[in-house]
Design a protein around this ligand. Structure first.
Ligand code: ADP
Ligand code: MG
Length: 560
């Protein structure tokens, strides 16, 4: 038995709460969406645990969400019979600890209300959004199989209280004590409209009391009514799903606030049987580079949620993809270990990867504006692809975009295909330069001769570029060649007379080169006459087989 105790929110949680209440004030309807989404997750978790422990149902396996309101008390209640939470889980999940990524989130805030509201949405508002419309929230919960329940209560300021509670039914009940001026939520019509708008795709029934009009007033009857469609959206036929439904479902699975850039919904039959509904977000999440990122693809087996996995169902370079895969090929009690070594999972992963690459190819070709947006958010991640996914290397390479000397801006818009199409008649390789910043690449003395001759050079300055170039050595039969490595042989791009002249200059400079070599000694491998400079007197070059100067710098910075 625990006496009632008061606990403080972590400073970051407090800050987040304040921010959310103030900047999301015009998006009040999302509160219901978030709480229903949590109730639905809780049902998913119960179903999954019950696969191996049927006793958790306690004789009640009809999972549902119930919503009610009380005009007198000015409360709205969201009730579920999902997994519930233990005391420790309450403290961990909605108590003291901020979500991973909270720090990064605060760093990204701009102070501009509209922009920040957007960011908060991306961060995933979740349970705390309740305080947008409530000045007190009471959550009572009992974990499936447990005998004791716990009550959490807070006004969303500095702290919350915890106490033991009586709750016979399993699951979680959340009572929102509405703020002054939020009475619009005390309406049957209003609540049902919000549920249909934001939560129609939720797989469980969302139940409310039917209401009647009596003497010009709305009164609740004793009869239950299921407000949403309550069927798995992905299992429905495409023709029966509206654009809005696809978008709302995306927001549910991705915890994003905005619409996705694109999606693909397909049913695969034959050797493998699965349905996939996959989305490409419009914005990168905060934890894109965080090893412990939380979201990925939701795996279902015959409509039962199994787990959300960031690794096994999508390659790393497509880790921004969100959505659902529902298969009948795996057993319901599938574990992470089984997933790891399952051929079916490998086949599903390969099929889904192809699908996404296809969507991206289509977007690049037919919706260039969208592709630009996509590339600005995820291009750097996509560049990890050729090194990770050998089978799709060419496809991925075709999707990459680079900055080049043609536009001479840091916007990455040039595809390798564009580059090849613009190559000089005598040119047979793709020239690039890597540097630690765009400015360094753009102003490299190595570029002088290329600019003079009007030969386009790709300007690469993303950290991932060196890694990319390690595995992407050619494209459509054209080699990629660094202009900062080894002897620069412009081959057929130079005329015979140019070559004659160069030879002569080299002869004449022999004694000068010897002198410089002697005075630099061990500090350099070699000193050579170069024809690649037109304005600068000298430049440093790596040996053709050495690490590039930029990679050497990166390794040094990483302490290697
Ligand atoms: P998220 O849903 O993104 O994890 P939330 O802030 O919405 O973030 O919820 C935080 C956590 O609180 C959830 O991950 C879950 O563990 C727990 N939780 C919230 N609502 C419920 C509920 N109705 N039943 C069980 N657990 C819940
Ligand atoms: Mg949530």
């Amino acid at each position: 038995i625990h006496p009632k105790e008061s606990m403080a929110f972590q400073a970051e949680v407090k800050q987040l709460l304040q921010l959310m209440i103030h900047s999301l004030y015009s998006n009040k309807e999302i509160v219901l969406r978030e709480l229903i989404s949590n109730a639905s997750d809780a049902a998913d978790k119960l179903r999954f645990e019950a696969v191996s422990n049927g006793g958790l149902y306690e004789g009640d396996s009809e999972l549902k969400i119930r919503i009610a309101f009380d005009k007198e008390a000015r409360t709205v209640t969201i009730n579920d019979n999902g997994i519930g939470m233990s005391r420790d889980e309450v403290i961990a999940n909605i108590g003291t600890i901020a979500k991973s990524g909270t720090k990064e989130f605060f760093n990204a805030l701009s102070g501009d209300q509209a922009k920040d509201a957007n960011l908060i949405g991306q961060f995933g508002v979740g349970f705390y959004s309740a305080f947008i419309i409530a000045d007190k929230v009471t959550l009572t919960t009992r974990r499936a199989g447990a005998t004791t329940a716990v009550r959490w209560e807070s006004a969303g300021e500095g702290d919350f209280t915890l106490e033991d509670a009586d709750k016979t039914t399993r699951g979680t009940e959340i009572v929102l004590h509405l703020r002054e001026g939020e009475d619009e939520f005390l309406s049957d019509w209003k609540l049902k409209t919000i549920i249909r708008k934001y939560s129609d795709h939720i797989t469980l029934p969302i139940v409310m009391k039917k209401s009647e009009w009596k003497d010009g007033a709305e009164v609740a009857t004793d009869e239950d009514e299921t407000v949403n469609k309550a069927s798995a959206l992905w299992a429905r036929s495409k023709n029966d799903i509206t654009e809005e439904e696809y978008q709302e479902f995306y927001k549910h699975v991705s915890h994003d606030f905005e619409n996705p850039l694109a999606y693909t919904h397909s049913r695969v039959e034959g050797k493998q049987e699965y349905i996939s509904l996959l989305y490409i977000p419009g914005k990168a999440p905060f934890d894109l580079y965080d090893r412990d990122r939380r979201h990925g693809i939701k795996l279902y087996v015959k409509r039962v949620f199994i787990m959300e996995d960031a690794e096994k169902l999508m390659p790393q370079y497509l880790r921004f993809v969100r959505g659902v895969i529902d298969t009948s090929d795996l057993p319901l009690n599938v574990s992470r270990e089984i997933l790891q070594s399952s051929r079916d999972v490998d086949a599903i992963k390969a099929g889904s990867t192809k699908k996404i690459l296809g969507v991206l190819e289509d977007m690049a070709e037919n919706k260039p504006e969208d592709y630009k947006k996509f590339y600005a958010e995820f291009g750097r991640v996509l560049k990890e692809g050729p090194g990770e996914d050998f089978a799709n290397k060419d496809k991925i390479a075709g999707l990459l975009r680079f900055a080049s000397t043609k536009a001479d801006t840091d916007v990455q818009e040039v595809s390798l295909k564009d580059y090849i199409a613009r190559m000089q008649p005598e040119q047979d390789v793709i020239y690039y330069i890597t540097a630690e910043s765009f400015a360094a690449a753009q102003h490299s003395p190595h570029l002088e001769i290329f600019r003079k001759k009007g030969i386009e050079v790709l300007l690469m300055s993303d950290r991932v570029d060196e890694w990319l170039l390690g595995s992407l050595t050619e494209f459509e039969g054209k080699k990629l060649q660094s202009i900062a490595k080894g002897d620069l042989d412009l081959g057929k791009l130079e005329s015979d007379t140019e070559k004659e002249i160069q030879k002569k200059i080299e002869e004449e400079a022999k004694t000068l080169v010897e002198k410089i070599k002697n005075s630099l000694g061990d500090q350099v491998k070699d000193v050579r006459v170069t024809h690649r400079l037109t304005d600068s007197p000298a430049c440093l070059v790596s040996d053709a087989n050495d690490l590039s100067g930029n990679l050497a710098r990166m390794l040094k910075a990483a302490g290697q």
